[in-house]
Design a protein around this ligand. Sequence first.
Ligand code: GUN
Length: 293
Amino acid sequence: MEIIDGKGLANTIKEEIAKEVLEIKQNKGKIPHLAAVLIGDDPASASYVRNKVRSCDQCGFQSTLIRKDETTTEAALLDIIQGLNEDPDIDGFIVQLPLPKHINEEKVTLAIDPKKDVDGFHPMNFGRMALGLPSYLPATPFGIVQMLDRYGIETSGKHCVVVGRSNIVGTPMSILLSRKAKVGNCTVTLTHSRTNDLSAETKRADILIAAIGIPNFISSDMVKEGVVIIDVGINRVDAPEHKRGYKLVGDVDYDAVAPLASHITPVPGGVGPMTVTSLLLNTLKASRKEVYG
Ligand code: GUN
């Protein structure tokens, strides 16, 4: 069994990005500039955004954090988005989700200029991804593709089972792995809450991607021996013995499943760090105008 070290791989990729930024600086080019908008004070979202800003610093990117309180109106957020769309210095930006309930996430996503949508959430980028055209790939699926690639895990002809059909992970993941591409050519089964006999489906997986947000959901009797396990879950569970009072666990019962797997991603330190790397790569693409010219 090999542990897929997402944290280490993300650091390697960040060093590669930092070298590219250094070259841009030496050639007097424009330094990539990412902006992040955070509304409210959800602790998990605040921590993710801090991490994104810190990663920008590590790579030599410019970053701007726009932080507003929970009571910010939808109209005010749309104004901020319009400002970022029109600001020539901002190459790409993200609006951290989830948003407070009084703000319509769909409206917000549609307001972002697809050219600056480095999260890859706008329907234009989602559609381009589905058609195999140049696009910004959503961070988590893109991070997983990079992991499979760099660890030399064969995907062609393999049966991949995705558990969870969210717009930002499960559904785009199923599309990416079924595409005709270096990391792709899988036969994909996309499972969800209405799937009959989920265990019969997951047991057929050569590659199992767990993205349902339920702690330790995938048990050892749901997988076959030799499976590649990609655990997208980042669940906070109570742990009074920890200083913070909680610990992070994935959607996979790691201790029980790891002995059966050929490869497995840990939580934390697996998929999570790779998502930030994807965002940086998308921002680099945006500053080079590689997607839309
Ligand atoms: N919330 C959880 N994941 C993400 C992400 O990749 N991007 C944004 N903007 N919000 C998120």
